[in-house]
Design a protein around this ligand. Structure first.
Ligand code: A2R
Length: 306
């Protein structure tokens, strides 16, 4: 019997042809009326949900899929997947860990360089025909102190790259990692105090919400640079805007925001901010690998029936 799979949101390009061969696919329209109609029609027969970390698995959607067995999500974050509800219903949740590690780490380094060396501001100058006019000097990155909030797979990949820039490396997370020699701080304020760059790469969700608050930003200080490639929810965004406006920190490189895709006007107005659209894993290589993992997770789960 055909296995019904619901596809919510955009997926990597290699996914569809592979799935069409084995499953009966249904797309969830973006508009509420269209979505309601599809769910009314096939909600009861859907056994697999294909989604991504941004689109997630909203509670109302899960409620409309009473026979759901597996959520296969593209991305690492589970903060939008309602894991507690899924677990209580015995729904398996699969993501794509590991495949995006190197690209996200590359993006963190790119944001560190872009902010400290004022690369985007310099580029805007050239395009506006202003060359060096009113362009302040940047700051060196090599040799500066790097603090990493979340020394997981991606955090360690950032640390490996930063070592090549002769940066002393320290980190904060809930547990000290006995396998690394980097300096551990048991408080984030202490880490921020000891850092010139603070890279944020912890999961989102309530446990990390607004961890980077005014106190942490002030500990980072007027020469400090914040880079966030984790989740926007981890940073208290209004406090960050104030700290940037008041020069309480030097700059910020942000791939993620609190309420994507909405960008506060105040951030857009600041020269000392580099913004990218949740794009840190956005390479062809990684997106294809994420797509393959999403497919494989479904194929493995339904293997005996296929
Ligand atoms: O706290 P620990 O010792 O479990 O370390 C984890 C750390 N972490 C936290 N640190 C401080 N406070 C928390 N409440 C907290 N929760 C987790 O984040 C661990 O070292 C790190 C996560 O590492 P991985 O699980 O290896 O994740 P990966 O692949 O590095 O990706 C991190 C995040 C994803 O969850 C997405 O939100 C984003 O990057 O793409």
């Amino acid at each position: 019997m055909a296995i019904d799979i619901l596809i919510a949101g955009r997926l990597p390009p290699n996914v569809l042809p592979q799935l069409e061969e084995r499953f009966r696919l249904h797309s969830l329209p973006a508009d509420a009326t269209g979505a309601g109609a599809i769910l009314q029609k096939v909600g009861g027969s859907v056994r697999g949900l294909l989604t991504n970390a941004a689109q997630g698995a909203p509670e109302a959607l899960l409620a409309a899929l009473p026979n759901l067995e597996i959520i296969s999500s593209s991305g690492v974050g589970t903060d939008a997947l309602n894991v507690a509800i899924a677990e209580s219903r015995g729904i398996r949740v699969e993501t794509t860990p590991g495949v995006l590690t190197e690209d996200v780490a590359d993006a963190a380094i790119a944001l560190m360089l872009a902010t400290s060396r004022r690369l985007m501001q310099a580029e805007r100058n050239v395009r506006a025909g202003r060359w060096l006019k009113d362009l302040p000097l940047g700051n060196r990155m090599t040799g500066k102190r790097l603090g990493i909030l979340g020394l997981g797979k991606i955090g360690q990949a950032v640390a490996r790259r930063a070592s090549a820039f002769d940066m002393p490396i320290a980190y904060h997370q809930r547990n000290r990692n006995p396998e690394v020699s980097y300096t551990y701080h048991d408080s984030l304020v202490s880490l921020a105090t000891a850092s010139d760059f603070l890279v944020v790469i912890v999961p989102g969700g309530s446990a990390t919400e607004h961890m980077v608050n005014a106190q942490v930003l002030d500990a980072l200080g007027p020469e400090g640079i914040l880079v966030n490639v984790g989740r926007g929810s981890t940073v208290d965004q209004p406090e960050l805007v104030r700290a940037l406006e008041q020069g309480r920190i030097r700059a910020a490189g942000l791939d993620v925001l609190a309420d994507e895709p909405n960008v506060p006007e105040a951030l857009l107005a600041l020269e000392n901010v580099v913004l990218t659209p949740h794009y840190a894993s956005g390479t062809i290589e990684t997106r294809l690998a994420m797509g393959q993992r999403v497919v494989d997770n479904l194929l493995e789960y339904f293997a005996v029936e296929l």
